[in-house]
Design a protein around this ligand. Structure first.
Ligand code: CTP
Length: 397
């Protein structure tokens, strides 16, 4: 995903330095070349050997650590496509903001002409200090603000390093890596809501998290994204809020002609109430009541049929790639294979909803991507953004 890119990771002396080992691993897994520069204090929190092993490069701390180049800070600045300083302490932020170059990291930052991404982490009172705020405002860098929570110093407040996913995604965005550049991706998410009367409805436990992760990831990968969702989402890309399966169907169909890819991650109710009561239904003396349900359209199947018909009419050139999701509580692969042939989609993403550690409402997932020719690829348990990235890489990589 990041092959051909060189990322210069700058680590300063804060407790969150240990987390950067994992960030380096994430960059390496995405095939980036990783260079590491530490302030001398950073090595109090993480060892040079660990960083060397993970980055597969020498770790530079002092001006003359870099053996092959001359002058050192300029050569590092020239080689890297982006500099990511994480965690960035109040001290280093202030030095960079005021042009102080008293160590290799701050010297490189001063000479760096490409994007610099800064992820601060510090005690909450330091973060709120007006001097630090003033220095932050002076920086012409991308800043990923720290998050609130329990801090290693014992305080609770804003100061924790933001998530590594955020740093990774921002790095990708800044490098303008555009796997999905020029593609219009339409994603559905959430569980549809089928009204019974003005105060009651039938729905399901879908949180919409997987669809949202797909939409956010597609956006970061350069796609023109439309998210059709039953959940409340506020994003910079196009979000269309829908309620029922019928609403969702017409919203998706409106996008069919312009989409390069449609991903049905929504949990669409298979049935809806035959007659929605216009007034709140009153309790009766009966111990039982019967609601008559009628079948909802199978949106995914209808999209696939439409694509097939377009192909028959020889106007397939603009037909979108169609991807379904498949929620199963038993015989995952067997049922998924049956479903892909029944529905006729290009790919089906199968996940096991019987497991409590993945899937519905969880931040994690584990999926098997099945293509229409029977090929399969398993993506091991990971947070939903990583899974989303894996799906796009498998399909478009
Ligand atoms: N789907 C759809 N319209 C429906 C039901 C499902 O578009 N009325 C889509 C879902 O968005 C998903 C795929 O079909 O991409 C599979 O959904 P799933 O619930 O696993 O399967 P169903 O077709 O509903 O079959 P069953 O509930 O019997 O497993």
């Amino acid at each position: 995903m990041l092959s051909g890119k060189t990322i210069l990771v700058g680590i300063t002396g804060g407790i969150a330095a240990y987390k950067i080992c994992e960030l380096i691993r994430m960059y390496k897994c995405a095939n980036a070349e990783v260079l590491v520069v530490c302030t001398p204090n950073a090595l109090n929190f993480v060892t040079r050997l660990t960083l060397q092993n993970l980055s597969k490069n020498n770790v530079a701390v002092e001006e003359f650590d870099i053996k092959d180049f001359n002058p050192e800070h300029i050569s590092y600045a020239d080689r890297a496509d982006i500099m990511v300083i994480a965690p960035a302490t109040a001290n280093t932020i202030s030095k960079i903001a005021t042009g102080v170059c008293d160590n290799l990291l701050t010297s490189i930052a001063c000479a760096f002409t490409k994007p610099i991404l800064i992820a601060p982490a510090m005690n909450c009172n330091m973060w709120e200090n007006p001097l630090i705020r003033e220095n932050l405002n002076k920086l012409h860098c991308e800043i990923l603000e720290p998050e609130s929570g329990y801090l290693a110093c014992g305080y609770e407040g804003k100061g924790r390093l933001c998530s590594l996913d955020k740093i990774f995604d921002k790095t990708v965005e800044l490098l303008k890596y555009k796997l999905l550049n020029g593609k219009k991706i339409v994603i559905t998410s959430g569980g549809t809501i089928e009204d019974i009367d003005p105060v009651r409805y039938i729905s399901n436990y879908s949180s919409g998290k997987m669809g949202l992760a797909l939409a956010d990831t597609a956006k970061n990968l350069g796609a023109d994204v439309t998210l059709i969702t039953t959940t409340d989402v506020s994003r910079k890309y196009n979000v269309i809020k829908v309620k029922s399966a019928l609403d969702m169907k017409s919203a998706v169909e409106n996008e069919f002609d312009s989409a390069d890819c449609i991903i049905m991650a929504a949990a669409v109710a298979d049935y809806r109430v035959k007659e929605i009561s216009p007034r709140k239904m009153k309790k009766t003396s009966d111990d039982e009541i019967t609601l008559t349900l009628v079948k909802n359209p199978d949106i995914l199947k209808d999209l696939c049929d439409k694509k097939k018909n377009a192909a028959t009419a020889d106007i397939s050139a603009s037909a979108p790639l169609i991807i379904g999701f498949c929620a199963e509580s038993e015989n995952l692969i067997e049922n998924a294979k049956e479903k892909i042939s029944k529905k006729g989609c290009d790919y089906l993403i199968a996940n096991d909803i019987s497991r409590k550690d993945i899937g519905f409402s969880n931040d994690y997932n584990e999926v098997t991507i099945i293509n229409k020719n029977g090929g399969m690829k398993k993506l091991e348990r990971a947070d939903k953004k990583t899974i989303a990235r894996g799906i796009f890489e498998e399909i478009y990589g």
